[in-house]
Design a protein around this ligand. Structure first.
Ligand SMILES: NC(=O)c1ccc[n+]([C@@H]2O[C@H](COP(=O)([O-])OP(=O)(O)OC[C@H]3O[C@@H](n4cnc5c(N)ncnc54)[C@H](OP(=O)(O)O)[C@@H]3O)[C@@H](O)[C@H]2O)c1
Length: 263
């Protein structure tokens, strides 16, 4: 079932970090399908190019609406360069989806290496800061915009053995509220989406390590009794990014099949 309506983003420049795989890849495709000029950022260029190939109509792949940038979002100088290029190519940013994230250490604090803590905060939170800063500058010039931060159910409720990831995802909710408050009068909205578990590159190592029983329990922890799908997260992201959500700012929306309901 394709619930995406055509055309909500025609003529709009939208940036998706981590757009080469998983949820970000699907968000980028859906934005492209709805007319946006889509710019995806990530460290592995081959994944970004694959996402562009998979998303765009091969007969129209050179229509100038899907761009890839090798960019580590924790590198503020590189982020600045990329956002300048984006503005030069399709105009100032209307939308930003801060989706890039890592989770190198699923551990409690005594087992968490400082290096992993730093890396997690640098990518998940500082990366969102760098991109939001660059985007807000363009949105102010352009008369408004919309930011969606991909947090997690782990940004609303702590999980055991997720010290760094929980901290980074709670931090994203704080960043979202702060942006929403500071720029509400400038017509810039900021919201967060908090997915439950979705099978992607990020969760693959966790799922692989679990036995069948533990995996079953994890699936069952979602009230709906199944994992989420990238397209289900994407639909919420596109709604919050779009003008349909014109009076919604500063919210954190769980897209979790009732995971948080189950406590
Ligand atoms: N899957 C889930 O169950 C789940 C649940 C809740 C929340 N989320 C959130 O959903 C978002 C997407 O995750 P996903 O599940 O789709 O995982 P994913 O497929 O691993 O996507 C993460 C993306 O971030 C990119 N990335 C990582 N470090 C980066 C950096 N320094 N600079 C730029 N890009 C970087 C990765 O590409 P490169 O490695 O090529 O850079 C990758 O494309 C994340 O924010 C995650 O925390 C996921």
């Amino acid at each position: 079932m394709d619930l995406c309506r055509e055309g909500r983003f025609i003529g709009k420049t939208v940036i998706v970090t981590g757009g080469g795989t998983g949820i970000g890849k699907r968000v980028a495709k859906d934005l492209y399908d709805e007319g946006a000029s889509v710019h995806i950022l990530g460290r592995r260029l081959e994944k970004l190019l694959e996402a562009r190939r998979d998303a765009s109509d091969p007969t129209a792949s050179d229509d100038g609406r899907f761009f890839c940038y090798e960019c580590d979002v924790s590198d503020d100088r590189r982020v600045g360069e990329v956002f300048d290029q984006i503005k030069d190519s399709t105009g100032h940013a209307y939308g930003l989806v801060n989706n890039a994230a890592i989770n190198p250490s699923r551990n409690e604090i005594t087992e968490t290496e400082l290096e992993d803590w730093r890396a997690t905060l640098e990518v998940n939170l500082t990366g969102a800061f760098n991109c939001s800063k660059a985007a807000v500058e363009q949105m102010l010039e352009g008369g408004g915009g919309s930011i969606v931060n991909i947090s997690s159910v782990g940004g609303l409720k702590a999980f055991r053995t997720r010290t760094s990831y929980n901290a980074s995802k709670f931090g994203m909710i704080g960043l979202t509220e702060s942006l929403a408050l500071d720029y509400a009068r400038e017509n810039i909205r900021a919201n967060a989406v908090c997915p439950g578990y979705v099978a992607t590159e990020l969760t693959a190592p966790l799922f692989e390590k679990m036995g069948e029983e533990k995996f079953g329990a994890l699936v069952g922890a979602h009230a709906m009794g199944r994992l989420g799908r990238p397209e289900e997260v994407s639909r919420a992201v596109l709604f919050l990014l779009s003008e349909e959500a014109s009076f919604i700012t500063g919210v954190a929306l769980p897209v979790d099949g009732g995971y948080l309901l189950k406590g």
